[in-house]
Design a protein around this ligand. Sequence first.
Ligand SMILES: Nc1nc(=O)c2c([nH]1)NC[C@@H]1CN(c3ccc(C(=O)N[C@@H](CCC(=O)O)C(=O)O)cc3)C=[N+]21
Length: 275
Amino acid sequence: MKTLTGKDLAAAIRAQTQAEAAAGVQPRLAVVVATADEASLWYVRSIAKAAAGLGIACDVVDLGPDAAPDQIAETLARLSAAPDVHGVMLQTPLPPGASAQQLAAAIDPRKDVDGANPLSLGRLAAGLPAFPPATAAAVMALLDHYEVPLEGRRAVVVGRSTVVGKPLAHLLLDRHATVTVAHSRTRDLASVTARAEVLVAAAGRAGLIGRDHVAPGAVVIDVGTNPTDDGGLTGDVDATAVADVAAALTPVPGGVGPVTTALLLRHTARAANLP
Ligand SMILES: Nc1nc(=O)c2c([nH]1)NC[C@@H]1CN(c3ccc(C(=O)N[C@@H](CCC(=O)O)C(=O)O)cc3)C=[N+]21
């Protein structure tokens, strides 16, 4: 089995983004945080660090885990109206009672670099220009980087979230794949995934995809970032179990994650230079 690392691809995207950022106005990203979730805060720090290296300004607006939905919405609206802010992102998870889908409607679609506004998803579904969620875009970038053919092929996405499964289904459809979306209520998941030529695991359940879920020769993309007891990170795919059946697998860490961060910053540089 081949290991499809995302590190080289992420480095290439960052280098190109740095050049784009230097060519126009300095891009500025605002990340709104209303959580104490460790994984989410780790992601925010990694965005801020990568941005600094690329000449992109990054403001972390931390409202704390007790922020009220109205306060979050007002913050997103204020940042969307600020002329010197080009990208606005709302981190998940959110405080109880706050809905990411509802709040993200307050992000100007032209600044919606993580494709969170329902308008962005609608535009994506309709084939109109929009920023896709960075994670969904990262899956497509990895498939393209490793020249995985999609046209006419069976692609199965496990997971139907607004940030990954749903937008990814549209992106794969645009590339003429035959797309199936499976999820937690799918009966006999293995019989569905075992028909996939391209299998994307984005369910958020460690070890969900094992030997029986994978067809011989399948390309498997692991979007899962599940925390382990020892403070590490593990995917939705049992990498050892699928090693002698899959043709290729993205690792966790070092696969989709680094490409996601790089693409969020690419989107920010592009948002800064929209006509
Ligand atoms: N609105 C929103 N959009 C998101 O995309 C979003 C979010 N909220 N909230 C939090 C999760 C988490 N997430 C990760 C992205 C990259 C890595 C990543 O690059 N991880 C490294 C390793 C990290 C380690 O080893 O601890 C890797 O995979 O190589 C991880 C997790 C995006 N998220």
